[in-house]
Design a protein around this ligand. Structure first.
Ligand code: C2E
Ligand code: CA
Ligand code: CA
Length: 804
């Protein structure tokens, strides 16, 4: 027996070996497949339950082996993801979950189970309440207390929740209480029986089982939403869901899958394999779509993530429509482009024509056909535009309008004929055009010029600047323009070997001269001036003078007269004493005056600012220093030893040779430099600080003292003071005069006094006029006073003589 048995085994093994060799030679490799089984309970128990099935399947695949791996949800997922599994046996929800993430070939078979003597491949949920309660339909469940095993349970909760959702009741929100009892399902029944809940959920078969065990009288319960028409043998309140699927992953060869499926379906309920697994075998794969629908509706995994529509999804669903739409669009686009191309060509052509026509019309309307210059209309329009843009800011730009009227033109035209006249005008136009391009207005800033022909013999030149010129600049420019334009007519014109001398009257006016100024007004002004030029005879240039302010004229004249005045000894120095509080003389400041032959004695305010605009101030400064030294020597002779302060302008100080020049002067005079204080201003210091400091240091070493004039009005940065070799601060008279009335001025003066004390600087208070001012200062520090309270500036020699 054993011999035969061992022989049979031997033959079997041999046959298997041969089959294996055959499979290998057919290219189908002998392989180990792994079957993963969901293990809701301890892994060992699950393995024990399903190992016979694995062995059975191994046998069904000669030459291959099916290995079993039981795992909980998480581990099973991991095994699927890592590609270690070939087959999976799991519950329907988990199957939906895996299917969402992995490619599966689908369910090969669905588990058949035995329930209350029935063979079932599906299950569902039961919803029940006590018959004694008012709960009759699903709708009555709203806001009731509900009992269920766990919200993870498909048959014990999710199936019911899905059904309620279809009725418009959302769980758990719309239950007044959801009592989750935990396993087993019986506890949900007990809760309802005990009155802890108004209704309960269980998986199909639970109620029948409890009744069979004598633990429940089903007559006490009302089954809600009973599904009797489905041929399902147990109480059921929901739709049916399939039992566990046996799934193959996509990588598994089709042939293998087919053979496994066949083996599963062949498995008999009576077989030891089925008995061990507590199953009735396998049925053909059920439809798992209801599980998927439920998962989607209840937003269970994998549908618990916010739904994201990808382009691929849309494309998959709508690709036919999209293709039709896209091709129609393409056709429309093509037709549209062709049409546009056509009309665009037509338009471009007509646009070009319109443009040339417009240019022609514009030229005819705005240009003089004889000379090619702009005409009166164009000039008027240009003026209008200037007024329009400058309307609100007439103070910001200067524009000069000049009219030029040829003398004797009408006579010449009559005598020599029109043709000659035309040639003459053309030649004049050409010269004006060239000359206006060459006008030297550079030093007055950026400008533009236009030349226009207004009438037969009348021309206009318009000069615009990008800034406002000062009155005196306008005056100078006017004169300069007049000269330059008159130059056009100095050279005789040549016609057929004949030389012809021409002359012209000219008149001009600046504009805008007020916010109300206008094109008509400026033209009227220039015409008025032109009339005057006509009355005065040929070759004249007349400025319309009204816009020139009295002050501007004076300014202009001062500039002209001051150099002469310096040479002619029209300037003189006045001295103003600087006193101690005790009334004792400490020093004096030299202040310049101009004894004008016509205008009388001029204060520095009338001519120093003009002089400061040019190097005139340097000449003036030189004269003052020389005169101051002369006065000090005079005082020496009278044994008067006061010190003298002189004002040094920034421009003068910045002259490269200033230091050597003033040293030479003082050295030559024999006066001790210690007797001279140079008054400079804050603005001088701000420019080029390094150069200023080194110059000051050299002069300080030589013996001069430095005083900061008008202190407090400038940049008021006390910080620079410590870098400078200064001896004295002069508090500006504007503060001094306000000390007794204005708290800010008082505070500022106090600050200056404090800083001076700290830096050990002498202080001179300028413009002390009243006793109050004097007392305010006296009470705070020991300083010098310069002001009308003590003395006005006096003619120097007179004052010196009065001391002697
Ligand atoms: P400054 O250097 O601040 O001179 C002081 C000015 O205050 C002088 O005006 C003086 O007459 C005036 N003054 C003195 N005490 C009083 C007073 O109690 N009340 C009032 N209201 N004024 C008083 P001035 O002589 O008209 O000189 C004006 C400015 O002209 C000077 O101001 C100075 O900046 C400049 N200046 C005068 N002489 C020269 C000079 O020789 N060279 C330079 N570069 N500038 C000079
Ligand atoms: Ca001064
Ligand atoms: Ca001053």
């Amino acid at each position: 027996m054993s011999g035969t048995g061992s022989f049979a085994l031997y033959r079997f093994r041999q046959a298997l070996g041969l089959l294996g060799l055959l499979l290998i030679s057919l290219g189908i490799e002998a392989k180990t497949f792994t079957l993963g089984v969901l293990s809701p309970r301890p892994v060992a128990i699950t393995e024990e339950r399903w190992q016979p099935l694995a062995d059975y399947l191994s046998k069904a695949l000669p030459g291959h082996e099916i290995q079993l791996k039981a795992a909980n949800y998480k581990d099973l997922d991991a095994l699927v993801t890592s590609g270690e599994l070939d087959f999976v046996l799991t519950n329907p929800s988990h199957y939906i979950h895996i299917r969402y993430h992995q490619e599966l070939s689908g369910a090969l078979a669905t588990l058949l189970v035995e329930d209350q003597g029935h063979r079932l491949s599906g299950f569902g949920g039961v919803i029940f309440a006590l018959k004694t309660s008012n709960i009759q339909t699903l709708a009555d469940l709203k806001n009731q207390r509900l009992a269920a095993v766990s919200s993870d349970s498909l048959g014990g909760y999710q199936a019911q929740a899905f059904e309620l959702m279809q009725q418009g009741i959302q769980l758990p929100e719309e239950a007044s209480q959801l009592l989750l009892t935990g396993m087993p399902h019986d506890l949900a029944v007990t809760a309802v029986l005990k009155g802890q809940a108004d209704a309960g959920f269980v998986r199909t078969g639970v109620l029948e089982a409890m009744q069979a065990e004598g633990r429940l009288d089903l007559n006490k319960l009302r089954i809600l939403n009973p599904q009797t028409g489905r041929g399902f043998p147990l109480h059921l309140s929901t739709r049916l869901y399939p039992e566990w699927p046996f799934v193959a992953l996509a990588k598994v060869d089709d042939d293998i899958s087919r053979r496994i499926a066949a083996a599963l379906l062949m498995l008999k309920a009576e077989s030891s394999v089925a008995q061990a697994a507590h199953i009735q075998g396998f049925a053909i794969p059920a439809d798992y779509a209801p599980v998927e629908d439920l998962a989607r509706a209840l937003r269970l995994p994998p549908y618990d993530q916010p739904f994201q529509l990808t382009f691929a999804d849309i494309w998959a669903q709508w690709k036919h429509w999209a293709l039709i739409l896209l091709s129609s669009l393409a056709v429309l686009l093509l037709a549209g482009s062709l049409y546009l191309l056509y009309t665009n060509r037509k338009l471009t052509r007509s646009h070009a024509e319109i443009k040339t026509m417009a240019q022609r019309v514009h030229h005819l309307a705005y240009y003089d056909p004889l000379t090619g210059l702009s005409n009166r209309l164009y000039l008027n329009q240009t003026l209008d535009e200037i007024f329009a843009t400058n309307h609100h800011e007439y103070k910001h730009t200067s524009n000069l309008l000049i009219f030029i009227n040829l003398d004797r033109f009408k006579v010449l035209n009559l005598a020599r004929g029109n043709h000659f006249g035309d040639q003459l005008l053309k030649a004049v136009a050409e010269r004006l055009h060239q000359q206006s391009d060459a006008l030297d207005t550079q030093r007055f800033g950026y400008f533009q010029t236009w030349v226009a022909r207004l009438n037969a013999d009348e021309f206009a030149v318009l000069i615009t600047f990008n800034r406002k010129l000062s009155s005196e600049m306008e005056w100078q420019l006017g004169e300069s323009m007049a000269q330059q334009l008159q130059a056009c007519f100095q050279e005789p014109l040549e016609f057929d070997g004949e030389q012809l001398s021409l002359s012209a009257r000219m008149a001009s006016s600046y504009f805008p001269d007020s916010p109300q100024d206008s094109t008509e007004a400026v033209i009227r002004r220039v015409n008025t001036a032109l009339d005057q030029a006509r009355r005065e005879g040929g070759g004249r240039f007349v400025f319309f003078e009204a816009p020139m302010g009295e002050q501007a004229i004076q300014h202009f004249q001062i500039e002209k007269e001051l150099p002469q005045a310096i040479k002619n000894q029209e300037l003189c120095l006045y001295l103003q004493p600087q006193m101690r509080a005790s009334g004792q003389l400490a020093a004096a400041e030299a202040l310049v005056r101009w004894q004008h032959p016509e205008k009388g004695l001029l204060a520095p305010g009338a001519f120093i600012p003009v002089a400061e605009e040019s190097n005139l101030i340097v000449d003036l400064g030189c004269w003052v220093v020389a005169e101051a030294l002369r006065l000090l020597k005079l005082a020496d002779e009278k044994n008067l030893s006061f010190e003298l302060s002189i004002n040094i302008s920034a421009r003068h100080f910045h002259q490269t040779n200033f230091v050597s020049w003033i040293k030479d002067q003082v050295y030559a005079s024999g006066v001790s430099p210690q007797r001279l204080t140079l008054e400079i201003t804050e603005s001088l210091i701000i420019d080029n600080l390094d150069e200023v400091i080194s110059k000051m240091q050299e002069l300080r070493q030589f013996g001069f003292k430095f005083s900061i004039d008008d202190f407090g009005t400038g940049y008021s940065s006390l910080s620079y003071l410590k870098h400078l070799p200064i001896h004295e601060l002069k508090i500006d008279k504007s503060f001094v005069q306000d000390v007794s009335t204005d708290a800010d001025s008082a505070a500022l003066v106090e600050t200056i006094l404090a800083v001076a004390e700290k830096m050990q600087l002498q202080v001179v208070a300028e413009g002390v006029e009243t006793l109050e001012q004097l007392q305010f200062l006296c009470n705070r520090a020991e300083i010098l006073y310069q002001g009308y309270y003590f003395s006005k500036p006096q003619p120097a020699e007179e004052w010196i003589n009065s001391l002697a």
